[in-house]
Design a protein around this ligand. Structure first.
Ligand SMILES: Nc1nc2c(ncn2[C@@H]2O[C@H](COP(=O)(O)OP(=O)(O)O)[C@@H](O)[C@H]2O)c(=O)[nH]1
Ligand SMILES: [Mg+2]
Length: 332
């Protein structure tokens, strides 16, 4: 049997830094892999890539399925390229867990962008995380930045909790909302509004334009009620249509204005430091959890403790302590 050729860390890192897309894709696959030998190499690659200073800006594009995120990214991508910049898109689609269809659909939707040398598109299956963003997204972003892309766009589905995760890895969050979705503001969407740096109302073409301006007023009113995310920034509501190319350059201008202010006040670096610290502990917690549940002594004790807790012979607190003891036995 012939072994598949596995390039070493050195050549992967230099491939990424030279902007080789195939190598970049390969490295992202390594980062996403659960296999310990892949993880080890991925970490070595990440260490090397992090050492390279990047000037990239990170933008999260969030909204419900069907809000028009992929189509919008295609239009925004064209605008970004026109400005003489390059971009990487991490398209995360939670529905892709059930079928690969939606991923292929997304790729087809971003066909024009996918054909451009200035753009790199990476559709990613979510690995069981709400909304699809995970620490792996952060790691994939680091790799894209080492490859020299100026703008990183992360597409995520807005489902409550996942926004918090996205907020810890991007600089700017653009929330996409359909015209007439103002009533959603009462429920789950409120949390998303709180972390949005701008709201784009999508698909304001055809007979949607009337409803769209009502929605705009509703969103503006809602945003005014929320606590400020940044003292220097008031989120705007922008009417857009990716298909008729309405408001796209306005959105980009708004994003650019934000980054000018961020840089002027040295806030970008400060935010990045907070994000990297957050990542450290998120990853640490994941590693601990994995270590814990795969520890032979924990596996052995778990069922018994569980039964004792269920039968009322042991409180959940004492049960948890017992499991921790089991975990530490071999380490002591
Ligand atoms: N009329 C109109 N339809 C749009 C626009 N943008 C997206 N769509 C359509 O809305 C549907 C969902 O778009 P998609 O970009 O896949 O949404 P996503 O699930 O948020 O990524 C597709 O059928 C698109 O063709 C737009 O600006 N105007
Ligand atoms: Mg999509």
């Amino acid at each position: 049997m012939t072994r598949r050729y596995e390039p070493d860390v050195e050549s992967i890192v230099s491939g990424i830094m030279q902007g080789n897309r195939q190598t970049l894709s390969r490295a992202i696959t390594l980062v996403e892999s659960q296999r310990p030998e892949h993880q080890k190499r991925a970490h070595e690659i990440l260490d090397r890539c992090l050492a390279k200073k990047s000037h990239a800006i990170r933008i999260g594009i969030t909204g419900s399925p069907g809000a028009g995120k992929s189509t919008f990214i295609e239009a925004l991508g064209e605008e970004i390229i026109q400005q003489g910049l390059t971009l990487a898109v991490l398209a995360i689609d939670p529905s892709s867990q059930q079928s690969r269809g939606s991923i292929l659909g997304d790729k087809a939707r971003m066909e024009r962008l996918a054909g451009r040398t200035e753009a790199y598109i990476r559709p990613t299956a979510s690995s069981g995380y709400l909304g699809g963003t995970s620490p792996k997204t952060h790691e994939a972003m680091v790799l894209c930045e080492a490859a020299g892309y100026d703008v990183i766009l992360v597409e995520t589905v807005g489902v409550g909790q996942s926004e918090v995760m996205v907020d810890t890895m991007v600089d700017f969050i653009l929330l996409l909302m359909l015209p007439g979705s103002g009533d959603e503001l009462q429920g789950i969407k409120r949390g998303i509004m709180e972390i949005a740096d701008a709201v784009a109302i999508t698909k304001t073409d055809g007979d949607q334009s009337g409803i769209a301006s009502i929605s705009k007023a509703e969103f503006e009113a809602a945003l005014r009620m929320l606590p400020a995310k940044h003292s220097f920034w008031q989120p705007q509501v922008i009417l857009t249509s990716a298909i008729s190319c309405i408001g796209i350059s306005e959105v980009w201008q708004n994003i650019s204005d934000f980054f000018v202010l961020m840089r002027e006040q040295n806030r970008l670096e400060e935010r990045r430091s907070q994000q990297i610290k957050h990542l450290l502990f998120t990853v640490l917690e994941e590693m601990l959890k994995k270590e814990f549940y795969s520890h032979p002594e924990v596996i052995r004790t778990k069922i018994e403790v569980e039964q004792q807790v269920l039968s009322g012979h042991l409180s959940p607190f004492s049960g948890a302590s017992l499991l921790l003891d089991a975990f530490f036995t071999r380490h002591r």
